[in-house]
Design a protein around this ligand. Structure first.
Ligand code: BDR
Ligand code: CA
Length: 310
């Protein structure tokens, strides 16, 4: 059965790749794209989402503007990682798609009520929009089928502080609200996404893709690879968000473990750390499924084959 999906996103280079993957996947019914602040400002992320939807043939999918800032802390953007515009060296034509008149929060609430127990939310940016939707209408909690979140790091170093991953860093309080809500919550942390390094060798495999698709992926990831090389001494770039999208279609790409998970909100050095109770020392029931192993080449092949169909 196809998955009825709301994508909450902050495009962003790897968000863009996730949008391409979803657009190329008939197993997904994309009901809306809701946009948040994150990799850049919400206005730039929104402009990118509109262009990407046009580029990927997603005309007709509502695209809604979401939160411009986190719940508590001030705005963080990552232009050194994703470029001034958010898509690295890639450029796309202006979009003919209009922004939805409905806000991201109301889009989420209305779709969840329209399709009770059918909606999956894929959240690949800070969780501000989701937290605000839950706060505005807590009745949606019981009606959301599941949420899959790209974020956090369990045994892997953070990419913003030694312990904190970027999406969590941008809005830790929102992450806490969503984690505690009692949703069917799946986390795709850096522990698996940083194994999925997209390299120039993978770009070369796109030689028979549509030229515009190949050019977009090549130009966007070239910037992302330069960032990974300069700041993290990594050859290639971690395509975090597409992995979270891919497991909606091919769940066996990752091994999920049931854990009781918490997020640190107070630590002077550890704020935003996502911890799991591996040995069940707290005796609490699991509240999250966490991806801890990944079939790296299986995912890379899947991603490349799918985007070639665009
Ligand atoms: C996450 O942070 C963002 O920079 C990426 O788009 C991804 O969602 C990785 O930490
Ligand atoms: Ca993202």
């Amino acid at each position: 059965m196809a998955t009825r999906l709301i994508l909450d996103t902050d495009p962003g280079i790897d968000d863009a790749l996730a949008i391409l993957l979803l657009a190329a996947s008939p197993e997904i019914i994309l009901e809306a794209i809701t946009v948040t602040h994150g990799n850049t400002t919400v206005d730039k992320c929104l402009a990118n989402a509109l262009k990407l939807a046009d580029f990927a043939g997603l005309q007709g999918v509502p695209i809604a503007r979401g939160a411009s800032s986190p719940l508590v802390k001030s705005l963080t953007v990552a232009e050194e990682t994703h470029g001034d515009g958010g898509l690295g060296y890639a450029t796309l034509p202006d979009s003919k798609i209009l922004v939805s008149p409905k806000s991201a929060v109301d889009t989420i609430i209305d779709l969840v009520h329209q399709y009770p127990n059918e909606i999956t939310i894929l959240a690949i940016g800070p969780l501000t929009n989701i937290a605000l939707a839950i706060h505005k209408d807590p009745s949606i909690i019981k009606l959301i089928d599941r949420i899959v979140v790209m974020g956090g790091s369990i045994h892997f170093p953070g990419n913003m502080t030694p312990d904190c991953e970027y999406n969590v860093f941008c809005d830790p309080e929102a992450f806490d609200i969503v984690l505690r809500a009692g949703l069917d919550f799946t986390l795709v942390p850096l522990d698996v996404t940083y194994k999925c390094l997209f390299t120039k060798g993978h770009v070369a495999k796109l030689s028979d893709a549509r030229p515009a698709v190949k050019t977009f992926i090549e130009d966007s990831t070239r910037f992302y690879m330069e960032f990974h090389d300069e700041y993290q001494s990594i050859d290639g770039c971690a395509i975090n968000d597409p992995l979270a999208a891919a497991i909606l279609i091919k769940p066996d790409l990752v091994e999920l473990r049931d854990y009781y998970m918490t997020i640190e909100l107070k630590g002077e050095h550890t704020k935003g750390k996502t911890s799991v109770d591996h040995y069940k020392v707290l005796g609490k029931p699991a509240n999250a499924k966490v991806a801890m192993e990944v079939d790296v080449e299986g995912f890379m092949d899947f991603f490349i084959e799918r985007v070639k169909t665009l």
